[in-house]
Design a protein around this ligand. Structure first.
Ligand code: AHR
Length: 335
């Protein structure tokens, strides 16, 4: 046999031996997967969960309480939280979501400042395999673009505010309305729910309605306009949140009128400021909207990344509060 043929034989034999050996090697798996059931992805824990939260801003006491709730829950559970304050601008929230996508977070939580205009960025998150959890507010997108919505029944809050107002005014009133942020889910729903109930009270009239953007400053400014336009005709105020009601209370006092007496006031949220106003006799009722969604949100985030089934909406449980026991109740309130 020629020397070159001998070399060829040796090379072929070496290849055959190596191939046979490969078949017998155990497959190489990452350490984490070694304990998982065959074919299953390893379960995440809070400690290896990375969550992005694209907050609206800090427009109200409610919002601040929501931010604290999310941050505290993350710190307690050991979740890595990437938090962005959108300063009440949709484009900032969208930019934050895009940044979270680039950072490859596990889940994104977002309370959409307005209902519309989310399709594109939610689709980008979906394409990147990152689930969106809507916290607090709804977005007008198709159901496949988010996994769940956790938050209040804003329509029912509006209905409750109207029921309370009708009772306070014995079915007869000239109401001015401070609407929340235009095109936001709570403003749309609280507007609608209030009117639904008012249909049964023909003498309860909404004589003016304008947005105060959920802030104290705007609430005050718009109430000043209402008073200029309608003067003593106004005897009731419905505010879509406590902050706007508190701003309006200032305007009413500056106009020489008594809030809570000359003008009966019902608002929504049940934050500390509202209880203080009720104790001072300046606010007649507040309908609760719970901002303490942090722990539930992170529990939901973990379930979602671990592929557990979740409901499409988790509504909050909420009450209505009045001045008679405001002092005792305030002592028990977290926000
Ligand atoms: O989306 C919840 C609403 O947003 C609260 O009622 C209001 O205070 C906040 O700004």
């Amino acid at each position: 046999m020629k020397f070159s043929n001998v070399l060829l034989l040796v090379a072929i034999s070496a290849l055959l031996i190596a191939a046979a050996g490969c078949d017998q090697q155990p497959p190489v798996v990452p350490a984490q997967q070694a304990t998982a059931a065959p074919g299953a992805r390893p379960k995440k824990t809070y400690q290896d969960l990375v969550v992005g939260y694209a907050q609206i801003g800090a427009e109200s006491e409610w919002r601040t309480a929501n931010t604290i709730s999310v941050k505290e829950a993350a710190a307690q559970l050991g979740v890595e939280l990437k938090f962005v304050d959108g300063q009440q601008k949709q484009e900032n929230q969208i930019q934050a979501i895009r940044t979270f996508i680039a950072q490859k977070v596990d889940v994104i939580g977002v309370p959409p400042v307005v209902e519309t205009g989310w399709d594109e960025v939610f689709k980008e998150a979906k394409d990147a395999g990152i689930p969106i959890i809507l916290v607090d507010r709804r977005a007008a997108v198709s159901g496949d673009l988010y996994v769940t919505l956790m938050g209040s029944d804003f329509v029912e809050e509006g209905r409750n505010a109207a029921r309370v107002m009708a009772k306070l005014m014995n079915g007869k009133a000239n109401i001015v309305e401070l609407v929340g942020t235009i095109d936001s889910a709570p403003a749309n729903d609280r507007y609608q729910g209030f009117r639904e109930v008012l249909r049964d009270y023909p003498n309860m009239k909404i004589i003016d309605s304008q947005s105060g953007d959920f802030t104290r400053a705007k609430g005050k400014q718009v109430m000043e306009e209402f008073l200029r336009r309608h003067g003593n005709e106004i005897n009731a105020l419905y505010a879509h949140n406590d902050d706007m009601a508190i701003g309006a209370i200032q305007a009413i006092e500056e106009a020489g009128l008594k809030p809570g007496t000359d003008i009966k006031i019902v608002s929504i949220d049940a934050v500390h400021g509202a209880f203080e106003a009720m104790i001072a006799g300046k606010l007649n009722a507040t309908v609760e909207c719970n901002p303490l969604l942090g722990p539930e949100f992170l529990e939901m985030a973990l379930k979602v990344v671990n592929g557990e089934p979740v409901p499409k909406w988790v509504p909050s449980k909420e009450g209505i509060f009045f001045p008679d026991n405001a002092k005792e109740v305030l002592a028990t309130r977290k926000y």
